[in-house]
Design a protein around this ligand. Structure first.
Ligand code: NAD
Length: 487
């Protein structure tokens, strides 16, 4: 990307090196497969956050006052800038997240959709004319921008998870202050800001503040920031919600999941194993919408296990930049060791590994495991690794009960040869998203993406939900005649 020197509110981007004006040090940006440090991002300090907030406060009213045509134009131009840089973006995402080209291309396409849908939001009629109990009064419900939106994002889909918040928030007249994960400061923020700067977003409206807990906490506690939009783990989300709600900020949380893929005995076996493999192994199982639990009816269970194991065994794992592989490295050794520990503990307690189960360096083999206890962490926790735990059940009722037996509620899928049966069962599942006859990982810019229970709080991402998310209502009245009061 940048051969240009560009100043951001909080960070500088310069010839592949990112630094912070307040000299808080740097974050090493690592290629996840080779471990090579290929860039450095400035580490945002609390003064950087304060400075960015001041700049955003100064810039936001003018940005909100621009015509919708101007704001929509910036979003469309950002989409064009992304298209023009698709190749460097693809390589950046592959290196920063350790993914295959297809996942990077997906992120670029999905981020483009987010930008184009957000552009259409800028011109949406927002508000209502209300009947009034006061004769002659003109009573309006208007929508106004929230103001300054703090955006905290994870490392797994850094471009699209940043863009799905940044684009609609900007379209609706807000300024954004983005704290990407320290694993992905470039594709999660600095490279995104470059697109908006090129597209003509006024300085101060898009601040990127790479850092970890300290920078995130300062965003959460800063009195100038009206809303926190957080995507990440449930544990962190809980802490952020407690702090931000205590300060009476608007909070929106997109959190973790332990999603069920239910395979009924009348499902097509080839389809079911393909969907099952994709749902659990795609991007090393490191997505919030990964299937962490395969709930399979007895009539198809043995064939399903064998088919899923065969698919797992056929997947090559390695460096996605240099080798022809289906899966890349785990994001870091902490995630890898955590997943291996959960697997080992389940096996020690009687679980049976049917495929994989091992790792070499950062590369975790896609794994199929069964006969684990329903109390094991492997079954109850979000694993975030390419592991497919398979549990056998008998009836539809049992499948529903097992699927709903979780604190999470992000997404579930049902696979069946009988669509009506699938829809009936889908409606009994407690989750924010349910898919019949497709994989758990699904996302569309217009769809209300989000979870319930420990998987999310607040509004949904996507389409009209974004208007709810990134605006406040204002009641405005105009009274034509003189008012009369007792004193
Ligand atoms: P994480 O919770 O560790 O970190 C997320 C972000 O929060 C990072 O930018 C991190 O630096 C920051 N952060 C951490 N502690 C903080 C604190 N105390 N105050 C402020 N900021 C803080 O999550 P992760 O490991 O980066 O991402 C993986 C998790 O994200 C998984 O649980 C996954 O399910 C979830 N996720 C959810 C969705 C969704 O849409 N529901 C999408 C992607 C990922």
């Amino acid at each position: 990307m940048g051969s240009v020197d560009q100043a951001w509110s909080g960070c500088l981007f310069s010839s592949g090196e990112f630094r912070s004006p307040a000299a808080g040090g740097t974050i090493a940006v690592r290629d996840k497969a080779s471990g090579e440090i290929f860039a450095r991002a400035g580490l945002a300090t609390e003064p950087d956050v304060d400075e960015a907030v001041a700049a955003a406060k100064a810039a936001q009213p003018g940005w909100a006052a621009q015509t919708y045509t101007q704001r929509a134009g910036v979003l469309r131009d950002a989409a064009a800038a992304l298209a023009a840089r698709a190749k460097p973006f693809r390589e950046l995402i592959m290196r920063e997240t350790g993914c295959i080209a297809g996942k990077a291309d997906y992120e670029i396409a999905a981020a483009t959709s987010e930008l184009m849908e957000a552009a259409s939001l800028a011109s949406r009629p927002v508000g209502e004319v209300l009947p009034s109990s006061h004769p002659g009064r003109f009573s309006l419900s208007e929508r106004v921008p929230v103001g300054l939106v703090g955006v905290i994002t994870p490392w797994n889909f850094p471009l699209v998870l940043g863009m799905r918040v940044i684009a609609p928030a900007l379209a609706l007249g807000n300024a954004v202050l983005v704290k990407p994960s320290p694993e992905t400061p470039a594709s999660g923020g600095l490279a995104i800001a470059e697109l908006f700067a090129e597209a003509g977003a006024p300085p101060g409206t898009t601040a990127i503040l790479p850092g970890d807990v300290a920078a995130g906490q300062r965003l959460v506690t800063h009195p100038g920031i009206a809303m926190i939009h957080f995507t990440g783990s449930t544990a962190t989300g809980r802490q952020i919600a407690a702090t931000a709600s205590g300060l009476l900020k608007k909070v929106s949380l997109e959190l973790g999941g332990n999603n069920a893929l239910i395979v009924l005995d009348d499902a097509d076996l080839e389809q079911a194993t393909m969907i099952g493999a994709w749902s659990s192994f795609h991007y090393q199982g490191q997505t919030c919408i990964t299937a962490g639990r395969h709930i399979v009816q007895r009539g198809i269970a043995e064939r399903y296990l064998a088919g899923l194991a065969a698919r797992a065994d056929a997947i090559a794992v390695g460096n996605t930049l240099t080798d022809d592989v289906g899966l890349g490295p785990m994001i870091n050794s902490r995630q890898q060791e955590r997943a291996q520990r959960m697997l080992d503990e389940a096996v020690a307690a009687g679980a049976r590994v049917v495929a994989g189960g091992t790792s070499t360096g950062p590369f975790f083999r896609p794994t199929v495991v069964t006969d684990m206890s329903r109390d094991s962490q492997l079954w109850t926790a979000e694993i975030f690794a390419p592991i497919a735990p398979v549990l056998v059940v008998d009836t539809d009722d049992e499948a529903v009960a097992v699927a709903n037996d979780t604190e999470y509620g992000l997404v579930n899928s049902v696979l069946t040869g009988d669509t009506a049966r699938g829809v009936q069962l889908a409606r009994r599942l407690r989750a924010g998203m349910v898919h019949v006859n497709d994989a758990t990982p699904q996302d569309e810019a217009l769809a209300p993406f989000g979870g319930i229970g420990q998987s999310g709080l607040g509004g949904r991402s996507g389409g009209d939900s974004n208007i709810e998310e990134f605006t406040e209502r204002r009641w405005l009245t105009v009274t034509p005649g003189p008012a009369h009061y007792p004193y």
